[in-house]
Design a protein around this ligand. Structure first.
Ligand code: FAD
Length: 628
């Protein structure tokens, strides 16, 4: 008797749809079973002949009880039945192959053994003297014993995913492609932060900003006279929102294509296999073999300045403001802070960018951070590095910020964007009684994204990954990036449903910042390698020496590659310049295929392209560069 719902303890065999002796195909609905909730069809797990119907129609038995036996092709159903009946239907015994499994069956009794053991309950070896003297039965009978395993618990779905961002939707679509029964619960638009409020809409804004800046700063040099130029802020915002909407709808289309069911609502893990879904229509529960939590992250608030959505805002409001602010302060100069500084500066807002650490983009190689600092300052962004925001006061006109450190003064702005990091979106994601381990707002997972609960997985921005103490990555912080979220989700689904066993090398995660010039990097920076006393060779090639960059009017920046001095292993990539985010994939692949500096130089790069700077940088490292 299969467990067809999470609360089902016994079931009534309402009707056999096949008779003893009938042929059955795996998936055939061979019986109807009434559970505590509904009458449901019971599918055969195997093809063969229904050799035994062990439970009569109308009989109620406990979950785990043997209700029937199927003889596989090559097995003799009559023999299997007679062996079963010989035991009087109350203690049939079928020997299993293999030395240690002498099985004694008690039909109509719950199987005390766990999933995967014989349904004919195993007698403990010590208590099975008489049994153990029996000869193992013929192979067919042994197989018959296997077939009387209780059917695997049938949940509503194979997979429930909570969250429809790049982690959640990728997991759902991949599982759908693998023909799994999938439900994705998303409370907002499909696509998550990335498509709706992150990666994509910001890139649309940055493109428009760069276009405006080019017209303003380069038109005359390129022989174009513009008499009057006006920026329509509302139109720029509308284009960005339109792209987000289009992409989100595209995910909905992919869900339909791969038969992923989507519920618009909030998902909460109640316990392994069971999720509560709260929608506008009410609350229901759904069960699944596996649950993936992919609830993402939200902006971190400063303790002394609560977000109000008007004057103290997150990136979400910053990309959808009703009017263009005249003055904007931005706290935090990571990728998000720098990208907004770039955009608003380009369209004419007066921007102050405040960073507590000694450099903008503090996680990048110092050479990169310094170049961006200079470039921003040259463009009129008020860059305040090594500066702490002590206080934010709101007024009728906007906000007043008290700064200390390298810049020690108060500044005023219409609006302040706080971009100091993100915190996992984990509040309410699991019932407190579920016992799901959450630490500092993030779901604790191991390197295979397993949570502390069986069959519950978590991926993307909501996780805190824990490598075993002895591994080099112990203590590493999870990178909150869309491509990381996507790959983690794919790895879990492939592992669950396609036998995949791929692991991400977190030391070499590519990362991009879409400022102008752009930043693209992967692996370790020079400072870290020097601190580790690694023997390295550095190859740095400036775009000023690239013909393609000159032609494009994009000479700012460089490619800097760090190699192990002895083996030529690529240890770090640090690029700044026009469209370098598009160049990074070459080096991701080079690293993946363990290419050395020699192989990068010898790989012919097309001319004239910005990518030649990569070949030249590798050439600088080993003394074979031509154009410098
Ligand atoms: P999310 O995308 O946040 O998706 C989680 C989803 O879960 C959300 O849709 C949320 O509504 C839903 N959810 C949460 N709780 C529940 C619940 N209980 N029930 C149902 N649904 C729930 N990354 C890059 O790689 N490149 C970039 O250029 C980039 N730019 C960014 C710019 C900005 C302004 C921001 C904010 C982020 C940017 N990121 C970028 C980061 C990127 O957006 C995230 O790393 C990525 O979206 C994480 O994916 P995720 O699926 O883990 O989470």
């Amino acid at each position: 008797m299969p467990q067809l719902s999470d609360t089902m303890a016994e079931g009534t065999l309402v009707k056999w749809n096949k008779k003893q002796g009938d042929k059955v195909k795996a998936g055939d609905e061979i019986a109807d079973i009434e559970t505590d909730k509904a009458t449901m069809p019971f599918e055969a797990a195997e093809s063969g002949v229904l050799a035994v119907t062990a439970v009569a129609e109308g009989e109620k038995v406990a979950v785990g009880t043997i209700i029937g036996v199927i003889a596989e092709a090559g097995e003799d159903p009559t023999e299997l039945r007679s062996r079963y009946e010989k035991k009087g239907g109350s203690a049939a015994k079928v020997a299993q192959s293999g030395p240690s499994k002498q099985a004694t069956a008690k039909p109509n009794q719950p199987d005390p053994s766990s999933e995967g053991s014989a349904a004919l309950s195993d007698k403990p070896k010590s208590a099975g003297k008489a049994d153990s003297q029996e000869q193992p039965g013929p192979k067919s009978a042994a197989k018959g014993a296997d077939l009387v395993k209780p059917a695997k618990t049938r949940y509503d779905y194979d997979l429930i995913v909570i969250g429809g961002g790049p982690a959640g939707y990728a997991a759902a679509i991949r599982a759908g492609q693998l023909k799994k029964r999938v439900l994705c619960v998303e409370k907002e638009n499909l696509g998550g932060t990335c498509l709706n409020w992150g990666c994509i809409p910001t890139k649309a804004l940055l493109e428009d900003g760069a276009f405006v800046r080019k017209l303003r700063t380069e038109a005359t040099d390129r022989g174009v006279t513009i008499k009057e130029m006006k920026v329509d802020f509302a139109k720029i915002i509308a284009r960005s929102r339109g792209i987000a909407e289009k992409l989100s709808k595209g995910i909905g289309f992919l869900f339909s294509k791969h038969q992923v069911r989507r519920d618009t609502g909030t998902g909460q893990l109640l316990k392994p296999h069971l999720v509560r879904i709260t929608t506008e229509q009410g609350t229901r529960e759904a069960s699944a073999d596996h649950v993936i939590l992919a609830t993402g992250a939200k902006p971190t608030e400063l303790p002394f300045a609560k977000f109000d959505g008007r004057q103290i805002i997150t990136s979400r409001e910053a990309m959808n403001l009703p009017t263009q602010p005249r003055r904007m302060a931005i706290i935090g100069a990571g990728a998000i802070g720098c990208e907004f500084a770039d955009f608003y500066n380009a369209i004419g807002t007066e921007v102050t960018l405040i960073e507590m650490l000694p450099h903008l983009l503090p996680n990048e190689d110092e050479d990169v951070s310094i170049l961006i600092e200079r470039s921003f300052a040259k463009r009129g962004i008020n860059v305040c590095i090594g500066t702490k925001t002590e206080k934010i006061e709101k007024s009728q006109q906007g906000v007043k910020l008290t700064l200390s450190g390298k810049t020690d003064k108060t500044i005023e702005a219409d609006v302040v964007l706080v971009a100091v990091g993100v915190t996992g979106n984990t509040q309410g994601v699991a019932d407190p009684n579920s016992g799901l381990a959450i630490e500092r707002g993030r779901i604790k997972v191991d390197p295979q994204y397993k949570t502390n609960l069986e069959n519950v997985w978590a991926v993307g921005d909501c996780v805190s990954i824990h490598f075993p103490e002895q591994e080099a990555m112990a203590g590493y912080r999870h990178p909150d990036l869309a491509h990381v979220a996507h790959h983690e989700a794919m790895n879990v689904v492939e592992h669950l449903f396609a036998g995949g066993d791929h692991r991400i090398d977190y030391r070499f995660i590519p990362g991009c910042t879409y400022t102008h010039p752009q930043v693209a990097s992967m692996g370790m920076n020079e400072k870290t390698l020097r601190e580790q006393k690694r023997n390295i060779r550095i190859g740095k090639f400036p775009f000023g020496a690239s013909g393609r960059a000159l032609a494009a009017g994009a000479t700012e920046g460089f490619v800097k590659l760090l190699f192990d001095a002895e083996y030529g292993e690529l240890l770090g990539v640090h690029m700044v310049g026009e469209n370098v985010t598009e160049l990074l994939a070459e080096l991701v692949l080079a690293r993946k295929l363990e290419a050395t500096e020699a192989e990068i130089i010898e790989a012919m790069h097309p001319h004239p392209t910005m990518s030649e700077a990569i070949m030249e940088a590798a050439g600088v490292a080993d003394g074979r560069a031509i154009h410098i």
